[in-house]
Design a protein around this ligand. Structure first.
Ligand code: FES
Ligand SMILES: [Fe+2]
Length: 327
């Protein structure tokens, strides 16, 4: 399918595009679903967002400045408040009326899981729920939002796929993974749809902080499920009772590039520094990125272009549901 990322149905879903810390140095330009947007911080430190186009002469506001919680256009200095309303036209002099049409196109903004989420139109569903976020036994580790030169459709297909583990992830955890993927049953996993399975994984030194074990291999009970359109939750449970919950997020910038980030929740004793805990996840992500950036264009979403096998069932089902959403 050509041009999936500009489909109106996607404009009604939430997408994670940045972290609050990304707004500390001024306005941030973000591309989402083919649209150019600007993000900035209001006076209370909350994220504001709008289409990155000044209604006066179409200058990009993201090249301007944030002044007292408002965004100032770099061209003629018009200022807009977090709701998108123009509050100052310097050339008109003090007290002059503001043209009523001087408004920025606004978008919905939310902060959740340490990330800034945007929705371009009226949302049809909430931000994916992670129950562990309100469980005091768990800590949350948020990571930066990265730019991948790969379609969000390719990213989700990869997140749902375990048959690439022994190949793409040979250098991290995949060396001890059986290439044969057992038949999995797809089903509801709470708010998520996917499958549960067990794997034996290599446990290299770099991963021992994540697994909490120093044995050569570890056995992991896992589940992987998706929440339309582009969120995947993976849970990893070790025999020690340690649980590692991973939220993988792909937000389409356009058909061929994406914002990628992941969030981790863990019920450990909080003693190991966060950066050490996620070092293995970062390495795994980097391995996937190299492979995905070699693939051209979006994943064909129809049911006939690609050859799929039993191991691809979760991805095939996700594609089917995505087609439904976009139909
Ligand atoms: S283009 Fe923005 S103030 Fe003129
Ligand atoms: Fe992977």
């Amino acid at each position: 399918m050509i041009g999936y990322s500009t489909h109106p149905a996607l404009r009604r879903t939430w997408q994670a595009v940045a972290r609050p810390a990304d707004l500390l140095d001024g306005p941030l330009a973000v591309k989402l679903l083919g649209e150019h947007l600007v993000l900035w911080r209001d006076l209370d430190g909350r994220a504001a967002a709008a289409f990155d186009r000044c209604p006066h002469r179409e200058a990009p506001l993201s090249k301007g400045a944030v002044i007292a919680g408002c965004i100032e256009c770099p061209y003629h200095g018009w200022r807009f408040d977090p709701s998108g309303a123009c509050v100052l036209v310097p050339s008109a002099g003090p007290g002059a009326p503001i043209p009523p049409k001087a408004r920025l196109g606004s978008v919905h903004v939310a902060e959740r899981y340490g990330l800034i989420w945007l929705c371009l139109d009226e949302p049809v569903a909430g931000i994916p729920e992670i129950a562990e976020d309100v469980d005091p036994a768990y800590r949350r580790i948020t990571t930066e939002v990265d730019l991948w030169e790969s379609s969000a459709t390719r990213l989700v297909d990869n997140f749902l796929d375990i048959s690439h583990f022994p190949y793409v992830h040979r250098a991290s955890f995949g060396a001890a993974t059986d290439p044969v993927v057992p038949k999995v049953e797809l089903g509801d996993l709470g708010d998520w749809f996917g499958y549960a399975y067990s794997v034996t994984a290599a446990n290299p030194a770099i991963g021992s902080s994540a697994s909490g074990q120093v044995t050569a291999t570890v056995s992991r009970h896992m589940s992987t499920g998706f929440c339309l359109p582009f969120a995947v939750r993976s849970t990893i449970e070790y025999e020690t009772g340690l649980r590692h919950v991973l939220l993988l997020l792909a937000a389409p910038r356009d058909d061929e590039s994406s914002h990628f980030t992941f969030v981790v929740w863990r019920n450990d004793d909080f003693s190991v520094p966060a950066e050490e805990v996620i070092r293995l996840d970062r390495l795994i992500g980097a391995e996937d990125k190299v492979m995905l950036e070699r693939l051209n264009g979006p994943l064909p979403l129809d049911s006939t272009t690609l050859v799929s096998v039993q191991a691809d069932r979760a991805s095939v089902e996700w594609k089917r549901q995505l087609r439904q959403l976009l139909s």
